[in-house]
Design a protein around this ligand. Structure first.
Ligand SMILES: Cc1cc2nc3c(=O)[nH]c(=O)nc-3n(C[C@H](O)[C@H](O)[C@H](O)COP(=O)(O)O)c2cc1C
Length: 369
């Protein structure tokens, strides 16, 4: 049904307009008590066997919405209503900014992929912090806050920009993510080099501890799939050394290898980050590599090309405690999270593992034997 609707309506619309339209419907539905209760009953069934403890937090399940969909934290309840067990808002930057000129989002439908060069369009840390502070949650869900650098801030002042966002947002975050992996802010990915990453993560950790007393806000870093294997290992080692809570693997890619030669070449050539199905193999590879390096010392979050329950299950077996999706939601529609939960529960029941936690990393551990 959604597929037909997508073909007839969304596919004919500019992708960013379609996003805003769908987003408005989700927000509207979440505001009407009868509608949201009904929608949640259908789309967000709970499976006790999928209950997840991660980052010191209790969640209904392991599957959440990746950053970039709800940049300004306007639809957290709407996304929870659709069955996402956690919602990562952002990327939020220190200051508000409009992002790159439009058109900046492209659908590669035959490849089940997207290319975006949004460039962190968002209302800025002060506005988003105010919105989160005023929020009266309807559904209990975990809210991650993903922060990045304001484009106008020079690379040399990046740390201060991240610290500003941390001071404003950490108190409202169940977990905080330092995003150094978007390809659409010039120079941002240079911050993944350990010489730059060490002072950045140290400063953000200190800022979070200074601002939020009474609990320790879990801190994660989100990395690109385009890092060389040695650099992935270096980030993993640094994360352990600094006592980081987690790593999110991965952001979008600047590579174009995975494309099935079916999307128009003009689209494939658009500048930006590629996400969706063509990213699946590399994201899984990065995740397995991270797990082989850090094991259970750090919580790993698997994202990139997760379309089906089988994909989510493979991420868990590779080492992910949490799994996220974005692009497949555009193609699969409102039943996306529900299908993942149902399939995960079935896979867990059919597996030799008694709990989901036991399944985490099982495949990677076996491969290492
Ligand atoms: C339109 C769009 C905007 C995105 N914006 C952000 C962002 O602001 N911050 C971020 O960390 N990741 C962002 N991402 C990356 C996603 O969070 C995710 O890491 C990536 O798309 C891979 O997952 P997927 O294949 O399920 O889409 C964005 C992705 C898309 C498609």
């Amino acid at each position: 049904m959604y597929r037909l609707f997508f073909q007839l309506v969304f596919k004919r619309m500019d992708p960013e307009r379609a996003h805003h339209l769908a987003f408005r419907w989700i927000r509207l539905a979440a505001r009407v008590p009868v509608l949201r209760t009904l929608a949640a009953a259908v789309l967000a069934p709970r499976y006790t066997q999928l209950r997840t403890e991660a980052l010191g937090l209790r969640m209904h399940g392991p599957f959440g919405l990746a950053a970039g969909f709800d940049k300004n934290a306007v639809a957290v309840d709407g996304m929870a209503m659709l069955g996402f067990d956690h919602v990562e808002i952002g990327t939020v930057t220190g200051e508000a900014q409009p992002g790159n000129p439009k058109r900046r989002l492209f659908r590669l439908v035959p490849d089940r992929a997207l290319i975006n060069r949004m460039g962190f369009n968002n209302e800025g840390s002060a506005a988003v912090a105010a919105r989160l502070a005023a929020r009266r949650p309807v559904f209990r869900t975990t809210v991650g806050v993903n922060i990045g650098k304001t484009k106008a801030v020079p690379e040399a002042d990046a740390v201060a920009d991240y610290v500003k966002s941390t001071e404003r947002l950490a108190a409202h975050a169940d977990y905080l993510v330092v995003n150094v992996s978007s390809p659409n802010t010039p120079g941002l990915r240079n911050l993944q080099a350990t010489e730059a990453l060490r002072p950045l993560l140290t400063a953000v950790r200190e800022a979070a501890d200074r601002t939020v007393t009474g609990r320790r806000v879990p801190l994660l870093v989100k990395i690109a799939p385009d890092l060389a294997d040695d650099d992935i290992d270096a980030v993993a080692d640094l994360a352990v050394e600094l006592g980081l809570d987690g790593i999110i693997a991965t952001n979008t890619t600047v590579a174009r290898d995975g494309l099935g030669l079916t999307s128009a070449p003009s689209l494939v050539e658009e500048t930006g980050g590629l996400s969706g199905a063509p990213l699946k193999a590399r994201s899984l590879e990065v995740l397995s590599r991270l797990y082989a390096r850090v094991g259970s010392r750090i919580t790993l979050v698997g994202v990139g090309g997760v379309e089906t329950a089988e994909d989510a299950w493979q991420r868990i077996l590779a080492g992910a405690t949490l799994v996220q999706g974005y692009s497949a939601f555009i193609y699969e529609g409102p039943f996306y999270a529900r299908a993942i939960h149902k399939g995960l529960a079935a896979r867990l029941a059919a597996s030799p593992h008694a709990t989901l936690a036991e399944a985490v990393g099982a495949q990677t551990r076996k491969a290492a034997q």
